[in-house]
Design a protein around this ligand. Structure first.
Ligand code: IDP
Ligand code: MG
Length: 149
């Protein structure tokens, strides 16, 4: 089953939006299979954002993501990678549609609340970077037949 990596960034945690953000994915019908709050090391942050290491915003991005607790999650469900990106909204919250997490809660690209994997392959890499196998729980919600035909 398809899985994606989602992280609530320090601004989302500090602003008390953890519950509301988790609710978006939960009420959509996806299944939570991994969840932890953690301090992010510089090493983990740099690995996670490696593709951006030559960009001018890289140092401030690393500083930001290591500046407070992050809530790391793995969500499961058919089409979850692309759907989660839609639920999250555009990178710049000012361009993100109302109804998306970034569109509803943010105004600044450097404080855009949440990360979501951008492709199935990226999701696999990010999940194994952030979680050990034994931290993930495979389970079948009893609600499934009411959510998936
Ligand atoms: P994404 O999070 O929507 O996938 P990416 O382009 O992969 O967006 O950028 C990763 C993160 O880097 C963004 O979520 C944002 O926190 C930060 N970022 C991207 N572009 C900028 C920028 O122009 N200024 C400041 N931060 C940026
Ligand atoms: Mg990205």
């Amino acid at each position: 089953m398809e899985r994606t990596f989602i992280a609530i960034k320090p601004d989302g945690v500090q602003r008390g939006l953890v519950g509301q953000i988790i609710s978006r994915f939960e009420t959509k019908g996806f299944t939570l299979v991994g969840l932890k709050i953690m301090s992010v090391s510089k090493e983990l942050a740099e690995k996670h954002y490696e593709v951006h290491k030559e960009r001018p915003f890289f140092p401030s991005l690393i500083q930001f993501i290591t500046s407070g607790p992050v809530v790391a999650m793995v969500w499961e469900g058919e089409g979850v990678v692309a759907s989660a990106r839609k639920i999250i909204g555009a990178t710049n919250p000012l361009s993100a549609e109302p109804g998306t997490i970034r569109g509803d809660y943010g105004i600044s690209v450097g404080r855009n609340l949440i990360h979501g994997s951008d492709a199935i392959e990226t999701a696999k890499t990010e999940i194994s970077l952030w979680f050990k196998d034994e931290e993930l729980v495979s389970w079948q919600p009893t609600l499934t037949p009411w959510i998936v035909e």
